[in-house]
Design a protein around this ligand. Structure first.
Ligand SMILES: *Cc1c(COP(=O)(O)O)cnc(C)c1O
Length: 421
């Protein structure tokens, strides 16, 4: 059974101040998990997790992760600005972007961020914009073909838009070395939401071997390997979570076997996890406000895909707990829907749940990453608030709910704005 980190009594208390729907985050869970990540890689003194800001771009949460030792992985101007505002700058920022507008390279460089190039053609672009290349540069690698792990084919990098071919990465390192770059990094992100503990160790072997070849061929100093994101979480109740200690040990084994043996014992390991850092430590709390009996049984809630797009976009499973009915029999089959005029606006389809009564509070699990942040404003539906359950159990507002004035704010230079607000 999947457990919630908030109880019915707590929600009844919270809604006196902050009405549903809202995303709620669990500070204790976030901190404990971050500690486990740092423990798992403590064998590598230079290890750093760069939290993928896009997963949960909230300064309060970025600050918590920063206190735990994490930096920021940014890929847009506003993500860079957010990181800067949190005082997370310099080499604590990894700028892993693609299809990058040149002014974002300028901003990243001004902040002293590490620039991770997605394409060889951007060497020239960055050099032209900055006058010269920074001393430390990273390149994103795409091995092409299919990426296989012991449990089968995982994904198809040959079909993905990211990174450089192996040939290009050799050429890129040679060009950058000539242009004065001193420290090099290699990055790859090949598979999302992986299950099991194989992905990082396998990817690490691939990148470590590439690093040895690059060092030997180009005579460059490889200062870090960035394993990026992709470590999964169990969304379903029968899913098994990744064991980060085992994953860290697997990467350690490959490190000793490949890098240390080749005299490369000063390489730092970086990660850019989003989902694994935050996913389980956030949930969407919503209220049943309508029921409908036609060809199927529907429960309408006060949240919609504007607050959580993953089910509509990917058909993703998010577990649902009806608060106060945790131990009741799941003997009613429902579609749980939002209000968008889009038939894919369903948090669950044919889901067996306890009998739901109007006014019941539903917790939609594992929305802490790629949840709120994918929100949009279709149908003029507004973003919810974000709340933090602190370690002492108190609840703090960390983003207010959007109001109509926010939705209309881009009309503020037109006369109609005054009629709207
Ligand atoms: C999305 C993304 C991540 C985080 O991915 P998760 O699956 O959330 O771990 C890391 N790095 C880059 C470059 C990304 O685009």
């Amino acid at each position: 059974m999947k457990k919630t980190f908030v109880t019915l009594d707590e929600v009844r208390e919270i809604v006196k101040t902050y009405p549903t729907p809202f995303h709620l985050y669990d500070e204790k869970g976030i901190r404990e998990n971050a500690k486990r990540v740092y423990d798992a890689f403590s064998w590598n003194p230079g290890f750093r997790e760069y939290f993928a800001v896009k997963a949960t771009p909230n300064p309060f949460l970025l600050n918590i992760l920063h206190e735990q030792g994490c930096g920021c992985d940014c890929s847009s101007m506003t993500e860079l600005m957010l990181s800067e505002a949190c005082g997370i700058t310099g080499e604590e920022i990894m700028f892993s972007s693609n299809d990058t507008p040149v002014e974002e390279y300028r901003k990243a460089a001004d902040l002293g961020a590490i620039i991770n190039l997605d394409d060889i053609s951007h060497i020239e672009i960055v050099e032209k914009e900055l006058g010269s290349l920074p001393e430390t540069m990273s390149c994103r690698f795409n091995p092409g073909g299919f990426y296989k792990l012991s449990n089968g084919i995982m994904d198809n990098p040959g079909d993905s838009k990211y990174g450089m071919t192996e040939e290009q990465i050799f050429e890129a390192f040679q060009i950058m070395k000539k242009k004065g770059v001193k420290h090099f990094g290699i990055h790859a992100f090949l598979v999302s939401n992986t299950v099991g503990n194989d992905y990082y160790p396998t990817l690490a072997s691939t990148l470590f071997k590439l690093a040895v070849r690059l060092k030997n061929t180009c005579g460059v100093h490889i200062s870090f390997i960035n394993l990026s994101g992709g470590v999964g979480i169990p969304y379903t109740p029968d899913g098994v979570g990744a064991d980060i200690a085992k994953i860290g040990a697997g990467v350690h084994e490959a490190y000793d076997r490949i890098l240390v043996r080749n005299g490369m014992d000063d390489v730092r390991i970086f990660t850019e996890m989003g989902r694994f850092m935050m996913g389980p430590y956030g949930c969407l709390v919503t209220k049943a406000i309508n029921e409908k009996h036609i060809y199927k049984e529907y429960i309408g809630v006060d949240a919609c895909a504007a607050n959580l797009m993953r089910p509509a976009m990917y058909g993703a499973y998010h577990h649902i707990t009806v608060l106060g009915k945790e131990n009741a029999k799941c003997d009613h089959k429902y579609d749980v829907t939002g209000s968008l005029c889009e038939n894919n606006d369903k948090f669950a389809i044919d889901r067996f749940l306890p009998k739901i009564d109007l006014g019941d509070y539903l917790v939609i699990h594992d929305t802490g990453a790629h949840g709120f942040s994918m929100g949009y404003n279709y149908n003029g539906r507004l973003w919810s608030a974000e709340l933090l359950k602190k370690e002492d159990g108190s609840v703090e507002l960390i983003r207010r709910a959007q109001e109509p004035k926010d939705y209309f704010s881009t009309f503020d230079c037109f006369p109609i704005y005054n009629k709207l607000v």
